[in-house]
Ligand binder design. Sequence first.
Ligand SMILES: *[C@@H]1O[C@H](CO)[C@@H](O)[C@H](O)[C@H]1NC(C)=O
Ligand SMILES: *[C@@H]1O[C@H](CO)[C@@H](O)[C@H](O)[C@H]1NC(C)=O
Ligand SMILES: *[C@@H]1O[C@H](CO)[C@@H](O)[C@H](O)[C@H]1NC(C)=O
Ligand SMILES: *[C@@H]1O[C@H](CO)[C@@H](O)[C@H](O)[C@H]1NC(C)=O
Length: 410
Amino acid sequence: MLALLHHFTTAMFKTPSLQVFVVACLAACAAASAAEPKLQHPLTTAPLDGDMPGRGWGSVPIQEATWFEMGYSLNITFGNPPQQVPVYLDISSPDSWVTPEALPDRHRVCETAPTFNTSASSTFLATSTFARFHFDWLWGQGNLSYDTVSFGSLSVQHQAFAIPDYISSDAWGFNACPMAGIIGLAPFSSRTERDDFGKPSPLVSMALQKALSKNLFALRLHGPRAELSFGRTNPGLYRDGFIAEAPLTRHRSRIWDGGWQTTASHLRLEAWDADNSFVADLGNVPATFSTRSPQIHLPKAVYDSVYAAAGFEQLPGWLMPPTVDCARRFDMPNVTIALGDGMESLTLTAFEYTMVWPLADPGPPQCACLFTTSSGFDWSGEIILGWAFVRAFYVVFDLDEKMIRFATLS
Ligand SMILES: *[C@@H]1O[C@H](CO)[C@@H](O)[C@H](O)[C@H]1NC(C)=O
Ligand SMILES: *[C@@H]1O[C@H](CO)[C@@H](O)[C@H](O)[C@H]1NC(C)=O
Ligand SMILES: *[C@@H]1O[C@H](CO)[C@@H](O)[C@H](O)[C@H]1NC(C)=O
Ligand SMILES: *[C@@H]1O[C@H](CO)[C@@H](O)[C@H](O)[C@H]1NC(C)=O
């Protein structure tokens, strides 16, 4: 729950003093809300698809970790013989890390998740290269290491990842189970001026090792059939034909260097009332995909127009995001974001760009706005397409054709 608040608060406050305020408030709020009901997002087990993985491709089920609003987790294995570890999926960074069995409990993000016993793997290779990594609200550091990493039946040899000897979660004291690591699937290595380790992601390693029939991965984040597949798409998870495609770009990004990125040309809001509808020019700003947080970051002026036309309001309360009465969602406008050269079909309904807010006061359920902005801070001049956007489609991240393709979910 605190991780969820983090997404909503860090977007608003980027100055240290305000963060201190928010941390203090979070502690108080957490105590105050101890009696509130738990979030209604039980762990679900995604069934494996009927067909067996073949040569050159592989797939793994994904689980929503929405009780923390953190993102998406999957089980992969490290080492030889393979050890299964739950990790979070990060498509905006090439960097991966896994908690070693030897890390003291106090440094773990989740004390109950299985960890990686490096000394039990015959292929594990430690180095003395320092590596630092970031994942939204936490960061860590340790040494760069190499070992086999497997996604279902698909293995990548000698994959680089960090073995942290220190993990900080901003000292906010929440337990991000079942996380024991991060797997980064960005197309490019991070640049050297950043303090990350600058090694190929597992996707790029697979491409270099010619492990895949096609150098791509496809994501379905939605529902119980959520899946990550490498090397091919899974036709059972989307309706025939792609509705849009956008070229992979690599503009300078102040946030996630090396991530899956394209450009955004405009945003169209369609309300029942034509007077309330509009088209906003986005000027082909870089648009980076992310599975780290739900939110869709828009330029300030565009965000303000969407906020007004959709009828969001700011209820009192320090940690309250803009919300609407959830019952209104049937009548709210649709928002279309045109990527690349101007595809028109990537439309989100209010059910996709809002989320039931779990901490609301008594009264009609409130739905939080998943659009956000951050005037003047880190995200100016860029758009972030968080998982609220990614989850609305079947998305193919194609390294061979340097293209990102979208299909309708089946
Ligand atoms: C990972 O494996 C554990 C233990 O087998 C299981 O409970 C969990 O549901 C799995 N998670 C995913 C995302 O498949
Ligand atoms: C880690 O692996 C080593 C080597 O196989 C073994 O001796 C040790 O007991 C393992 N540690 C744990 C906690 O299982
Ligand atoms: C990590 O690297 C440092 C040098 O940067 C080295 O002194 C240390 O022994 C390494 N740790 C491990 C566990 O390999
Ligand atoms: C929004 O899209 C949904 C689903 O495509 C459609 O049923 C609805 O009529 C649209 N609403 C508006 C205001 O265009």
